[in-house]
Design a protein around this ligand. Structure first.
Ligand SMILES: [Fe+2]
Ligand SMILES: [Fe+2]
Length: 173
């Protein structure tokens, strides 16, 4: 049996490591009198490009879409909740951007932390509920097609070095 979720779970580990660093950065920022705007700009850049444009797009446009096409294999459908959490994440990002443009540290921290806790929870649900469900609901032909589509997204996205650079900017504060 082919597997289409291990690669996404590995991306979750990258996102969770980034979130751990960002939560610590928020604590430091709270105690400081200054606002490190470039740092939070890097956080937004990582979320928009890696967590959202790359990872969430793979889920929404490829995995979830294929699961919804063959709903017969699913006992219940958790996908609408997952999609609404992706949207909730995007609202937090908008809040971070507004906070940054207003130099409002409290607003930034509130939205960054909200995003981090949302994603920790969201990732837990995907790793433990949705992904196992996907593995049993999809057949090998569907999985083959999904893997092909992942490859197309990956070919158009950033390199490993670019990802490392993105991560280094939010892990060093
Ligand atoms: Fe997701
Ligand atoms: Fe995910």
């Amino acid at each position: 049996m082919k597997n289409v979720t291990n690669v996404l779970s590995n991306e979750h580990q990258t996102i969770l490591r980034a979130i751990d660093a960002v939560i610590i950065a928020c604590e430091k920022s709270e105690k400081s009198n200054e606002l490190d705007k470039p740092y939070f700009e890097h956080v937004i850049y990582f979320i928009k490009n890696y967590a959202d444009k790359f990872h969430h797009a793979k889920e929404e446009d490829i995995l979830f879409r294929t699961m919804l096409e063959g709903q017969g294999g699913m006992h219940c459908n958790p996908i609408p909740v997952m999609l609404s959490e992706h949207d909730e994440g995007r609202r937090y990002v908008a809040g971070m951007e507004e906070g940054l443009s207003q130099n409002d540290k409290a607003r930034i921290l509130e939205n960054v932390r909200g995003y981090c806790y949302l994603l920790q929870n969201h990732i837990y649900k995907e790793d433990n509920i949705l992904y196992p469900m996907a593995e049993s609901a999809l057949d090998d032909t569907q999985k083959e097609e999904i893997l092909k589509q992942y490859k197309e997204v990956e070919a158009k996205s950033f390199t490993v070095d670019e990802l490392k650079e993105m991560l280094s900017k939010i892990s060093s504060f």
